[in-house]
Design a protein around this ligand. Structure first.
Ligand SMILES: Cc1ncc(COP(=O)(O)O)c(C=O)c1O
Length: 496
């Protein structure tokens, strides 16, 4: 049983010291900050501090403790080999201001990774500078903008299907474009609507941003038709390649007519994500856009690696130094340890796992876009339609998962289907784990029919029960308050 974890202040006993410090009575505080004894810190022993924080950490759900159906967008298993390689002193202790003659190995690694990405995507230009997928999108759209401006033809509109990742329209808007939404049909681009938008906006269209595979877990079958049509009107084809893990080693986006695409290393090449830590969202581009790539560019001249730091055609710098080198080490380590055959297997297993879950759950749950003839890619989309008549919603199902020991899947996204539940098992999960998750989901479907009232109460086994999420979002309480007094914590006063 889990006991409520009190604040450290509640365990504070005057005079208790956590560490043995030298006598600091004669220490003169020259920092201008308040003296330690005046800032009301809790006074607790070292074991108490350690146990408090370890207990708190154990309340966290993590990829290292259980299955995460949210999938690669948030967190997937990162092989420890990559972590070990990234911690090698030659990589971990290098400094970005070192002269290039002293870091040839690091530049070679960057160059090698660039070559791998060019090869895997079939696109000839690359930058590793962007710090995340969304930052890669921004870099790509800035390049598109500059390309149109240089042609003396600044355009105003970016087309975005409603099945795109939310960062796509946000990026287009950040670059000053007006976004025009293309409605989907059965989770895919509605080609009639696409044509209609082209007719309306014609040569005002700067680009089309397509997430492929999209957020419904579907691969766009008209992708080549779309790229041809965009070429005819002089617009660029931006592909959000975050979901490349579904097709890596199988499909080269360059062959589909893609002009620019970001790759989320955390989704496909196993670098850590979550917590907003340093990430890497490389961008690959077609011949047409290569000149605009950001600086610095790592180039190879006669077996020596150098950095090109100025280039008048480039959009300039978008990140300090070369980007997040530690992520590049991990990604190349992942690629080299898998090899091209291993990467193909990654895509196969990611897709197989998602279809295994889809097949087991379709029926008890509605799969709006997948019948038995339409498999999904690396993630499967369900909704709460089968549960709605019993008054059960996606939120109840998600909370029911918490009581069965699982983190929920992505809920209420994508917006194209009501009550969406998007499940991405990722390639590293085995059948036993997937079966446990499926059993939990089937159990919830049964409870939704037999006892919906109890499911409304879920979760009942977690440290916090059902929260009022609207209140929490609108009126967040950001400082702890005592339940009874509604005051912030007070350290216990020394008894007389
Ligand atoms: C399809 C898609 N596009 C864009 C992003 C945004 O990427 P990031 O979180 O690295 O900025 C994600 C999330 O990983 C994604 O899944």
């Amino acid at each position: 049983m889990r006991v409520e974890e009190k604040l450290l202040y509640a365990n504070s006993r005057p005079g208790t010291c956590g560490v043995d410090l030298e006598d600091v009575t004669n220490f003169k505080n020259t920092t201008g900050l308040p003296a330690r004894e005046n800032i009301d810190l809790p006074e607790v022993s070292e074991p108490d501090v350690i146990r408090h924080f370890v207990r708190l950490s154990q309340m966290n759900y993590s990829i290292d403790s259980n299955f995460y159906p949210l999938g690669s967008c948030t967190m997937k298993h990162n092989p420890r080999l990559n972590e070990k390689i990234a911690r090698l002193p030659g990589f971990a202790q290098i400094h970005p201001l070192q002269p290039t003659s002293t870091c040839q190995g690091a530049l070679e690694l960057i160059y090698d990774l660039q070559e791998w990405l060019k090869d895997l995507t079939g696109l000839p230009g690359v930058t590793l500078a962007p710090a995340a997928g969304a930052h890669g999108e921004l870099t790509g759209m800035m390049m598109i903008k500059k390309a149109h401006e240089e042609k003396g033809n600044p355009r105003k509109v970016v087309l975005v299907p409603d099945s795109a990742h939310g960062t796509n329209p946000a990026t287009a808007a950040t670059c000053g474009y007006t976004t025009v939404t293309i409605p989907s049909a059965n989770g895919l681009v509605n080609m009639a609507e696409f044509e209609k938008a082209i007719k309306t906006h014609g040569e005002d269209i700067a680009a089309f941003m397509l997430t492929n595979p999209n957020t419904c877990g579907l691969f766009e079958p008209n992708v080549i038709k779309i790229s041809k049509r965009l070429r005819e009107i002089g617009a660029y084809f931006y592909c959000d390649g975050a979901n490349f893990n579904a097709i890596v080693g199988k499909v080269k986006p360059g062959d589909l007519g893609v002009d620019v695409m970001q790759l989320n290393l955390h989704k496909t090449f196993s670098t850590p994500h979550g917590g907003g830590g340093p990430g890497c969202g490389p961008l690959v581009v077609s011949e047409k856009l290569m000149a605009y790539l950001p600086v610095p560019k790592v180039v190879q001249n006669n077996n020596e690696y150098a950095l090109v730091t100025t280039d008048p055609a480039s959009i300039g710098r978008i990140k300090a130094f070369h980007g997040h080198f530690g992520m590049m080490v991990r990604a190349l380590s992942y690629m080299k340890s898998h090899g091209i055959n291993g990467l193909q297997k990654v895509a196969e297993d990611a897709v197989l796992n998602a279809n295994y879950v889809l097949t087991a759950l379709r029926g008890p749950y509605r799969a709006p876009y997948n019948d038995e003839h339409t498999p999904c890619m690396h993630e499967c989309l369900l909704n709460d339609r089968e549960q709605k008549d019993n008054g059960i919603s996606t939120m109840d199902i998600a909370k029911g998962l918490l009581d069965r020991g699982f983190h929920p899947m992505t809920v209420y996204f994508p917006l194209v289907t009501q009550g969406a539940m998007l499940i991405e098992p990722t390639e590293t999960e085995n059948k036993t784990t997937l079966d446990k998750f499926i059993t939990a989901m089937l159990d919830i479907a049964k409870q939704a029919k037999a006892n919906p009232a109890d499911l409304h109460k879920a979760p009942v086994t977690t440290p916090r029960k059902r929260l009022d999420e609207v209140q929490a979002a609108k009126f967040p309480v950001l400082t702890w308050q005592d339940e009874q007094t509604k005051h912030p914590p007070q350290k216990q006063k020394e008894s007389a």
